[in-house]
Design a protein around this ligand. Structure first.
Ligand code: CUA
Length: 154
């Protein structure tokens, strides 16, 4: 009789353990989204409405004035040039279909790593007029040093 009780107890413990394992796996799967990093299939970057025609768009949320989308690929950024009205609060989203790139806006504190499979995000206020060069600061191949884009704050 005791054997049966122990067997039942053992089986229940195993089931509970597996359930807990399952729950934590689901939570871990969701944690990147919760922390603001979003995943994307690098082979389908262009199929994503946001990265089909990267550029500056009016923000839907009140938190930002604009959403700015960039595709970094060997060896260029799209868009090649973008104009931002002075005083704008901009949510920047960058992804890549190929290899790791950098995304640094010279003379600002915007500096991100861009990895295939992830969308890197940063919020920046453009309060100073002028031209700001975007440069790649992760070695990505022979065209690495030519990989630039320009932000014009007007
Ligand atoms: Cu892209 Cu270096």
């Amino acid at each position: 009789k005791y054997e049966k009780i122990w067997l039942t107890f053992g089986t229940s413990a195993l089931v509970i353990f597996l359930v807990i394992l399952g729950i934590s796996a689901v939570h871990q799967g969701h944690s990147p989204a919760a922390s603001g990093i979003e995943t994307i299939n690098p082979e389908h970057v262009r199929d994503d409405a946001r990265f089909k025609e990267p550029g500056l768009y009016e923000a839907e949320s009140d938190e930002y004035d604009y959403e700015l989308y960039f595709v970094a690929s060997a060896f260029q950024y799209e868009p090649r040039e973008v104009e931002i009205p002075k005083g704008s609060r901009v949510r920047i989203h960058v992804t890549t279909p190929d290899v790791i790139h950098g995304f640094e806006i010279a003379h600002t504190n915007v500096n991100m790593m861009v990895e295939p499979g992830l969308i890197s995000k940063y919020t920046a206020n453009f309060n100073k007029e002028g031209e700001f060069l975007i440069i790649c600061n992760e070695y990505c191949g022979v065209g690495h040093t030519d990989m630039t884009s320009l932000i014009k704050v007007t």
